[in-house]
Design a binder for this molecule. Sequence first.
Ligand code: HEC
Length: 140
Amino acid sequence: MKPLVSCLLAASAWVALLSCASLRKPESSVDFVSQVKPVLERRCLECHNADYVFAGLRMETKDLMMKGGRSGPVIVPGNPDQSLLYKVLLLGHSSPVAMPPTPEGTFEEEKKLLQTWIAQGAEWPEGIQLVPPQNWPSSR
Ligand code: HEC
């Protein structure tokens, strides 16, 4: 191969590599309202709200969630492994404290989502309230 041709080939390969690298996104951040809120409402709110305060834990507002339950805070922002909210998801179903008590569907992805949410600082925008399924409007 002529030196010029191989030089051009090498240059274009380099350009291709660079443009690929610039397309790679950083780990996408979890959005509370569109991603986390529906999971918590569907999986957890039924039993952790004003009417059914199981284990003293209510989850409707950020303040209530951050206050935690009978064992104290359930979320340590930035640290899922220290967060009871995440730890109870990992318990096997032989444990009476496994959450949610009746799992079904693709719960693995939801666990991962909650883990990432806590790891990224458990962001919860001001004023957003969670609604237990029993109080969802029928149109939802
Ligand atoms: C069907 C009702 C029900 C649902 C749904 C439910 N929980 Fe619970 N939760 C309970 C009960 C009951 C306890 C107390 C268990 C025990 O210690 O015997 C509890 C305890 C807990 C605790 C311990 C709180 C403390 O301070 O000790 C955490 C954390 C928790 N739940 C998180 C969750 C999460 C996260 C979800 C959703 C993924 C969830 N729960 C869904 C009924 C429920």
